[in-house]
Design a protein around this ligand. Structure first.
Ligand SMILES: Cc1ncc(COP(=O)(O)O)c(C=O)c1O
Length: 396
């Protein structure tokens, strides 16, 4: 306890020093015994990326490029701005509680009923509601070691056992995951394409897996990056199946360029969606996000440009990675993972490119400490990344 408080106070002092402030932070009160359950105590505090302005000041650089969070470098669709302005007229009112217009548009897009659609403040919010709606006590969750960290955090915060199955060749090992299912397994989380590896499991692998999955298990299919898979027949788009025990999650944060607006959706059997919607906070997503989602769905040009920028940028990046002798993993998404072999090499390269004003993501928290992930940016951002990598890797 003492140690934790000291660490918090020290972090506060360091943050003040960075900001140039001399006022001492208030002393932290000790946490009363028993207040925080053990499964919450064991959670690591979230480590946000440092603000760009702060980094620029500290490093003495005037340019900062963020390729750490798989955001859309083209920004949000212009059409979204107009929609938000119109929706702003209703900003003083609570959103309409069922989110009907956006759910209707999504139902139309996927040829399902409105009762098959949930919307939330980001797909992570729906994921949180799924965890709260379906997991309790001795339930177990199975997924890969080396997938989306947000899911690990939600399950651990709920105090439920998380069984992590190693990746095989940087891919979900569906056969091993099926082997790991027990009578207690309630949810299997599959991320396709996977963040942070960028790999997919194929249609044939998924078919075989679904034959082995018992009916009591809910398959949570996180398809946050589905728009980047290019309609390949190898990719098992979960919406082409309609299994009763599969819940699909998708988002407006990536290909639609709206990460800051917080909007995602879930698709599944109406009995599942019904429970998710019962758990959900009544007024999310907010009015502006819902209006933005409607506009974004209709903006096919922005989606096309996003995919093109990604296709061309990714090709350039991997060619340059090969030239630099880096060991990268072929990606179906808007980012590429580089395997550097050791955590020391990852930390050194991360710091070296950061000093040159480019942020990338080290992957210790994802269970892959020897790997680093870079998001595909605009052409000039990709060139800056390659130049920074080249400089960092130059023999001294
Ligand atoms: C695989 C995956 N799922 C879900 C999310 C969360 O997305 P959202 O912004 O919709 O909450 C992310 C965000 O990085 C992600 O990579």
């Amino acid at each position: 306890m003492q140690l934790t408080d000291n660490v918090v106070a020290r972090q506060g002092e360091m943050a003040m020093k960075r900001r140039g402030s001399t006022v001492k932070p208030p002393a932290r009160k000790p946490v009363p015994k028993g207040l925080v359950p053990p499964h919450v105590q064991s959670l690591q505090p979230y480590q946000p990326g440092r603000p760009a302005e702060e980094l620029k000041r500290e490093l003495g650089i005037d340019r900062f490029i963020n390729l750490a969070s798989n955001e859309n470098p083209l920004g949000a669709p212009a059409s979204v701005q107009g929609a938000i302005q119109i929706a702003f007229q209703d900003a003083a009112r609570y959103p309409e509680i069922g989110g009907l217009k956006l759910r209707e548009a999504l139902a139309h897009r996927y040829r399902v009923k409105i009762d098959n659609v949930a919307i939330g403040s980001g797909s992570e919010s729906i994921m949180a509601n799924i965890v709260r709606a379906f997991l309790h006590g001795d339930d177990e969750v199975v997924t890969a070691n080396g997938t989306f960290i947000g899911f690990y955090v939600l399950v651990r915060a709920h105090g439920v056992r998380l069984n992590l199955v190693p990746l095989k060749n940087h891919r979900f090992d569906l056969a091993a995951i099926a082997d790991a299912i027990t009578a207690r397994t309630k949810i299997v989380y599959l991320c396709n394409p996977n963040n942070p590896t960028g790999t997919i499991f194929t249609r044939a692998e998924f078919d075989e897996f679904m034959h082995r999955v018992p009916e009591h298990v809910l398959i949570l299919m996180d398809e946050a990056y589905v728009e980047f898979t290019g309609n390949s027949p190898d990719f098992p788009d979960s919406m082409t199946y309609r299994y009763d025990n599969v819940l699909t999650l998708r988002t407006f944060s990536k290909a639609y360029g709206m990460a800051g607006l917080r909007l995602g959706y879930g698709l599944g059997h109406d009995y599942l969606i019904g429970y998710v919607n019962r758990i959900k906070l009544p007024f999310e997503p907010n009015t502006l996000a819902q209006a933005a989602g409607l506009a974004a769905l209709a903006d096919h040009d922005h989606l096309y440009n996003t995919r093109e920028n990604n296709r061309v940028g990714k090709k350039y990046l991997v060619e340059e990675f090969a030239r630099l002798g880096l060991d990268w993993v072929p990606s179906w998404s808007n980012f590429v993972m580089i395997d550097l072999g050791t955590e020391e090499a990852v930390n050194a390269l991360h710091q070296a490119v950061l000093r040159q004003g480019v942020a990338v993501r080290p992957l210790r928290a994802f269970g892959l400490p020897h790997c680093l992930r870079v998001t595909v940016g605009l052409p000039h951002e990709n060139r800056a990344l390659v130049a920074a990598l080249q400089m960092a890797l130059k023999p001294r």
